[in-house]
Design a protein around this ligand. Sequence first.
Ligand code: 5GP
Length: 139
Amino acid sequence: MAYDSNNIFAKILRGEAPAFKVFEDEFSLAFMDVMPQIDGHTLVIPKDDAETILDVDPQILGKTAQTVQTVGAAVQAAFASPGFMVAQLNGSAAGQTVSHLHFHIMPRYEGLEFKMHAREMADFALLETHAQRIRTELS
Ligand code: 5GP
């Protein structure tokens, strides 16, 4: 299917929609999920018109994976989580709701479950403090 350039992450990449950004380079962008399943829930996206992992330029995918690794370490440190999860959904049947390839980074703690997927908008001031904690770890 053709890439829909009106999806919200494409608008964030073009600067047409706001985001709590934590990292950006030539190939990728990382920012806070506005409906986090847990504090620190961060998204990493490639700078490529790709809906799923099958559509992305492999070189950009590799660079984006490096960003997932770097930002994952920073999220884990910023939220003092013993583990973290990386999730990536392809197609609506898999639960994908935004049609631009993205990787979820979510801190994990023993016995602490996630909130529902993409349901509850976070407080923006709190999201900014979370973003700042991650930026501090990356600096
Ligand atoms: P998916 O279901 O496609 O794997 O995940 C999409 C994610 O994007 C969800 O976790 C949802 O909370 C998040 N999301 C949806 N709209 C926005 C938005 O406008 N800004 C940000 N930062 N995240 C969004």
